[in-house]
Design a protein around this ligand. Structure first.
Ligand code: ZN
Length: 215
């Protein structure tokens, strides 16, 4: 896996793919909202805030509700997404660019967000998945406490396992608020991670896929 930091990045908007809203159901039963509320109260007390002031009275409950959505990918199984596949008479690469995502850095519990670009070669017997399933797969892995490197790896693996793709490439570009608003305070810095599997591990195939993704 390659990782480097680039300070300016403007992506071509061609082949733009828009993911419409949250399509992943929430795990209402698996989160202990009361515990989250207690935690938020402790943080607010810890930083010296007055929990009774108007703006903060309902904050623990609001945060608990938003956590359900932000972390709704926990315990979601992406293999469900690839149960339905379609036959194509082609082994050409399928490319989906600019899938937006929001995730939470598990080291600081601060957001990191950006775009995911995916390319894959259909399975040997010509199977492809619905394009929206790729965006949903991103959601499953983004909506968890994460690090970008692991998220990249998990998405690439899920696509290979789910479709039986002969080759997969996933590129993730993100800004990390733990870098922008604290620590080194480098607003706008983007981290790019790239992971390939199967036939796209080949140097020339990888290079071609990256150029198709405008990377
Ligand atoms: Zn962090």
């Amino acid at each position: 896996m390659f990782m480097y930091i680039t300070y300016t990045l403007t992506l071509s908007l061609q082949f733009k793919f828009r993911h419409k809203g949250a399509t992943v159901s929430h795990n209402d039963n698996q989160m202990d909202k009361k515990k989250i509320e207690q935690g938020v109260r402790l943080i607010l007390e810890g930083i010296g805030e007055d929990l009774t002031r108007e703006g903060l009275v309902d904050t623990p409950e609001r945060v608990a509700r938003s956590m359900e959505e932000i972390f709704s990918g926990i315990n979601q199984d992406p293999t469900e997404l690839f149960k339905v596949t379609f036959d194509v008479d082609s082994h050409d690469i399928v490319v989906v660019k600019d899938i937006p995502f929001y995730s939470m850095c598990e080291h600081h519990l601060l957001p990191f967000f950006g775009t995911v670009h995916i390319g894959y070669i259909p399975s040997a017997n010509g199977k492809v998945c619905g394009l929206s399933k790729l965006a949903r797969c991103v959601e499953v892995y983004a909506r968890r406490p994460q690090i970008q490197e692991r998220m990249t790896q998990e998405i690439v693996q899920a696509i290979q396992d789910g479709i039986g793709a002969q080759g997969v490439i996933v590129v993730v570009e993100a800004e990390h608020l733990c870098m922008s608003m604290r620590g080194v305070s480098k607003a706008g810095a983007k981290t790019r991670t790239i992971k390939t599997l199967g036939s796209l591990n080949d140097k020339d195939a990888r290079k071609e896929a990256l150029s198709l993704l405008d990377i």
